[in-house]
Design a protein around this ligand. Structure first.
Ligand code: ADP
Ligand code: AMP
Length: 213
């Protein structure tokens, strides 16, 4: 099963992706995570992407398509993959179509997670995560069971993203509205789009997505 999670920053794509891949035995492919890994590794791509990401702008299509294109064919994707944060532009969606067709693969469905803008800002403002295992938390909506200890791996260090600021969030929302939202009709026209209510609680959103699957 191959699927895309589509939605604005803070919609809950990463949170839901972690749950779905665990239950379905597929692989999460997050271009944001790949780019952050490239920055941490100090690679060429990381150096090119770092300032752009901090500002909240989109990294160039060439770079993003380049990092994701080769992943589909790796053995860990044999069961399927879940794209989180990709595609984000029409050019990326078309490049994805081509790469998948070349590999004899297809997207089974695209899940749109719908959340209103005021809620997104609150979610981004309180987001933190465990750098050891990637588990995502929120100051108010999704705290670890034991304060200061990661539920998944027991880690005790948490980080916040440098682009989770009010300034970068404005730019990121604008990028979503102008570049990414037009992909919704693109996938709807193919009959591949399903919309879930992302305003609901985390478990409920998971149930809605599992019902689609
Ligand atoms: P995205 O990957 O779409 O940017 P995340 O999954 O990182 O979004 O979620 C953003 C923040 O909102 C995180 O702190 C997460 O814990 C929290 N969150 C995710 N889903 C919900 C939800 N349904 N209700 C409340 N908070 C949520
Ligand atoms: P995310 O982790 O999905 O919120 O992405 C964080 C940042 O990484 C974005 O604000 C962009 O700067 C960059 N990024 C991630 N995925 C893409 C993509 N598909 N296209 C362009 N930029 C991306």
């Amino acid at each position: 099963m191959n699927m895309i999670l589509l939605g604005p920053p803070g919609a809950g794509k990463g949170t839901q992706a972690q749950r779905i891949v665990r239950s379905e035995g597929i692989v999460q492919l997050s271009t944001g995570d790949m780019l952050r890994a490239a920055i941490a590794a100090g690679s060429d791509i990381g150096r090119k992407a770092e300032a752009v990401m901090a500002e909240g702008k989109l990294v160039s299509d060439d770079i993003v398509v380049g990092i994701v294109a080769e992943r589909f064919t790796m053995p860990d994707c044999a069961n399927g993959f879940l794209l989180d944060g990709f595609p984000r532009t029409q050019a990326q969606a078309e490049a994805l179509d081509e790469v998948l067709a070349d590999a004899g693969l297809k997207i089974d469905f695209v899940v749109q997670i719908e959340v209103d803008e005021a809620q997104l800002i609150g979610r981004i403002g309180g987001r933190f995560s465990c750098p050891n295992c990637g588990a995502a938390y929120h100051d108010k909506f999704n705290r670890p069971e034991v304060d200061g200890v990661c539920d998944s791996c027991g880690g005790t260090e948490f980080t916040r993203r440098p682009d989770d600021t009010a300034e970068a969030m404005t730019v990121r929302l604008d990028a979503y509205n102008t570049e990414t939202a037009p992909l919704l009709p693109y996938y709807k026209a193919r009959g591949a789009l399903v919309t879930v209510d992302g305003m609901a609680e985390i478990d409920d959103v998971t149930r809605q997505i599992m019902a689609v699957i």
